[in-house]
Ligand binder design. Structure first.
Ligand code: TEU
Ligand code: CA
Length: 560
């Protein structure tokens, strides 16, 4: 087995409930994913990451797990997952699952027992604290989806902690018995044959036992960060997980790391620390936050994007980066960072170029390879997501104008990423997703943006992604080369170099919606190179780099 295969892999994220429905209940499922493996093989990806498919009441779309060993019947059976693994492995694709072990569902057997009394075998599986003398919550922390992060249970006369919904109680990792249960479960899944895990909010598992109150300056819904992120024993626990389980398998791990800076991330990912292979950071996701945090109409600044992405490229030189523009929690990349109007195709390709030529493992969220954009839901009621519902309510209470509320939903709701995948453009055929009413409304853009038309069009975003993936597989410089930002102060163009052995790669990406000009190092202008990829039709003399750029133009040159 090839060492560190995840370093030269490209991961494709499948949101199972919205990929392909095989049994006409309006919900995507495992058989649907199996059916669409050839599509993923055509794209050329190496790994599929599936969002949670375990048994769950579905309060937070599967991130509230009631049984780690069962597949939720709406997705199929364990046997279907076996088949998916076999079929994927046959064509060289690996499959990783989502591991949600900071919390469970409140319907998990452990919690049902734990909440009964202060004295039972599961009593310490969760985080229980006495009320303050006046009966109030142990700290002033708010939870991600609204309200206090503490919920009172009369049977115990105590509060339990939930950083997310109250139906998602936080597990107590300080309890060695709990850790053993979790490690056993992880081992069971590796025995089953999966190839790794994306690990949900792993930076939150160790809590500061002083339980400090949060300062007013922290946004309420994230105020638990003060005592719940990058806590005192998190590295110890991950190392223990590695020692006891991960080490024995050839698997990959990517931890989701909210509230984690690049120095901390290096600790998680440095190979000699034996914790995780890589983490997802949020720094570039925070560039357009406003007064409610995420839900805002603020637009990112290119200078900030350069600063943030370059910092991570530099700081994680001895660790490993994960590269992403979008996922199931984020709006569509082309709307957020590009132009989803006239230059949708050009800017989607430009963004792909910028990300896929960087050092790290790229992640593609389903539909990103079609250049899907945010969803123009007509009715606010079309939004399903628990986070969106909360912020909608909050902004209404604060008296925000209807138009501002609608605009922030449109720009930021997690549902932008969650609408069913458009396999074709035919509304009467449920866009090829399902013959029945889907669990969440379709995007009306599907008639123009869909897989069938992308596959028929040589110039589509899809084939551009395919090319980028193939380049990563062919050229070690893309995997291993050093990164260097150039033209830092250019406010239109993001350009950088990669160097490896005697080779050099030049990546130029315009974020301007009109023609512009890029200043390039003289030595490169004099050298002749090879244009590897370009989002505008090739010009006859592609040996020399050019400096005039079309709107959202992007290209990559290799010099050797
Ligand atoms: O998200 C964790 C996380 O940090 C969220 O606060 C995220 O920032 C938010 O969704 C952005 O709007 C993970 C999962 O990816 C998410 O889907 C879950 O809801 C959450 O954990 C709880 O498990
Ligand atoms: Ca189904």
């Amino acid at each position: 087995m090839e060492k560190d295969w995840w370093k030269h892999s490209v991961v494709y994220q499948v949101y199972p409930q919205s990929f392909k429905d095989s049994n006409a209940d309006g919900i995507g499922d495992l058989k649907g994913i199996i059916e669409k493996l050839p599509y993923l093989a055509t794209l050329g990806i190496d790994v599929i990451w599936l969002n949670p498919i375990y048994e769950s009441p579905g309060v937070d779309n599967g991130y509230d797990i009631s049984d780690y060993y069962k597949i939720d019947p709406k997705y199929g059976q364990l046997d279907d997952l076996k088949t998916l693994l076999e079929e994927a492995h046959k064509i060289g694709i690996k499959v990783i699952l989502d591991l949600v072990v900071n919390h469970t569902s409140d319907k998990h057997r452990w919690f049902e027992e734990s909440k009964k009394s202060q004295d039972n075998p599961y009593s310490d599986y969760y985080i229980w604290k006495d009320p303050k003398p006046d009966g109030s919550e142990p700290t002033n922390w708010g939870s991600t989806f609204g309200g206090s992060a503490w919920e009172y249970v009369p049977e115990r006369n105590q509060y339990y902690l939930h950083c997310f919904a109250k139906e998602q109680p936080d597990l107590n990792w300080d309890n060695p018995k709990l850790r053993e249960e979790i490690f056993q479960m992880i081992d069971w899944w590796f025995q089953f044959g999966i190839d790794g895990f994306r690990v949900d909010v792993i930076t939150l598992i160790s809590k500061d036992l002083n339980y400090p109150d949060a300062p007013e300056s922290l946004p309420y819904t994230k105020s638990y960060y003060i005592g719940a992120s990058n806590g005192p024993r998190v590295h110890e626990y991950l190392h223990e997980l590695n020692e006891k389980v991960l080490k024995r398998y050839d698997v990959m791990t990517v931890g989701e790391a909210p509230n984690t800076n690049a120095d901390q991330a290096l600790r998680y990912t440095k190979p000699e620390n034996e914790e995780l292979n890589m983490v997802f950071h949020f720094d570039h996701m925070h560039l357009d936050y406003g007064r409610y945090g995420k839900f805002s109409d603020v637009r990112f600044k290119l200078s900030e994007l350069k600063r943030v992405l370059s910092k991570w490229q530099d700081k994680l030189a001895e660790g490993w980066n994960s590269l992403y523009w979008s996922n199931h929690d984020q709006p569509r990349a082309v709307t957020r960072f590009g132009d989803d109007g006239v230059y949708r195709v050009e800017s989607a390709k430009m963004l792909a170029t910028l990300l896929h030529m960087m050092k790290g493992t790229p992640y593609i969220f389903q539909g990103e390879e079609l250049g899907m954009k945010n969803v123009p839901f007509e009715k606010v009621e079309d939004y399903q997501d628990i986070e969106t519902q909360y912020f909608l309510q909050l902004m209404k209470e604060k008296g925000e104008p209807e138009s501002y509320i609608k605009e922030s939903m449109y720009l930021k709701s997690r549902d932008n990423a969650r609408t069913p995948f458009p396999w074709n453009g035919d509304a009467n055929d449920g866009y090829g997703f399902s013959p029945s009413k889907p669990w969440i409304a379709y995007s009306s853009d599907n008639q123009f943006i869909n897989a069938e038309s992308a596959l028929e069009d040589e110039g589509s975003v899809f084939y551009y992604y395919k090319q980028l993936i193939a380049l990563r597989h062919q050229l070690p410089i893309i995997v291993h080369g050093d990164y260097e930002l150039i033209n830092e102060s250019d406010s239109n163009v993001y350009s950088y170099l990669r160097t490896y052995e005697n080779q050099m790669l030049l990546v130029v990406c315009s974020f301007a919606d009109k023609p512009t000009y890029v200043d390039l190092p003289k030595e490169l202008l004099e050298r002749s190179g090879r244009c590897l990829i370009h989002n505008y039709p090739k010009e006859p003399s592609s040996l020399n780099v050019k400096q005039e750029l079309q709107p959202y133009e992007a290209f990559v040159y290799l010099f050797d």
